[in-house]
Design a protein. Sequence first.
Length: 251
Amino acid sequence: MGEYYEYMCTWVDDLLYAGKDAEEGFYESLHKSGYKLKGIGFLKYHPGGDFKRVKEPEEVLTWGSTTYIKKMLAQYEQLFGTEIPKCQIHTPLEPGDHPKLDESPLCDNEEHAKYMTMVGALQWAVSPGQINIITSVMMMSRFRIAPRRAHLKCVQRIYQYLRNYKNMSIKFNTEMPDYSQFAVEQLDWGQHVYHPCKEDTPVGIPPEPTSKGKPVRMTTFFDVNLINDIITGKSCTDIIHLPNKTPIDWF
C-alpha cells in the first residue's frame, strides 16, 4: 500500500485484517465483491484468544485466553461432576515431579477418555498465549496412549493452575530492546569443533520484501532442562521468539 503493508489472516471462516483503512477500505471492497461478512469491528476474539486494549499509561493491545479457559473449566465440571477445587497452586506441575516414574494403576476406559479430552484442550490453550504451561503439557501429552491415574491427577492440577491464572495475557510491546550492555561475539567457523565447515547460503529463495516502517529487533530466548526424562536421559528445550518485546512463537 505504498508506505506500508496490509496483512490478512484467515482461519476456516474467520478473517483478520491489519492495516490503516479497515471498514471503509478493505471490508467495503469485500462487500462490493459479493462477500457476506458479520461481526466486523475491532478485534475482540479470534480462535481461542481474547484481544483487549488497556491503558498503562498509553493504550496497548493484549492477547489472552480467559474465554477459552472458562470453557475448559466448564468442561471439567461436566467430566467430573464438580467444580475445580480452589487451591493456591502457582506451578502447573509439582516441583521436582517425574511422571515417567509413576507406577499407579492404569486409567480405565472412562478415565482414559477424560485424559485425552483434557490434554487436547490444554494443547490448544498453549496456542493463544498460555506459554507458562507448554512444558508441563508436553510432558503429560506423552502418556496419552496409556495414562496412569496419577497422570490424570497431574492434568487436573494444570487445570487448577489455569483457574488461578486464567487472566494472564501477552502485551503487544513494540518497544525495541536495548542490548548495548552485551558484547557481540563474532564466531570463527574455521575454529569450530566441526572444522572444516562453512555456513550454508540459501539458494533459490525469493528476494526479501522491501522493508517499510520502523526497524525491528528479533530476540530468541531458550532454556534447556537437562535430563528432563530421568529414565532415558532426554532433555527438554523451550524456545520463545520475539520481535521487539512481543512473544509471537514458542515451542
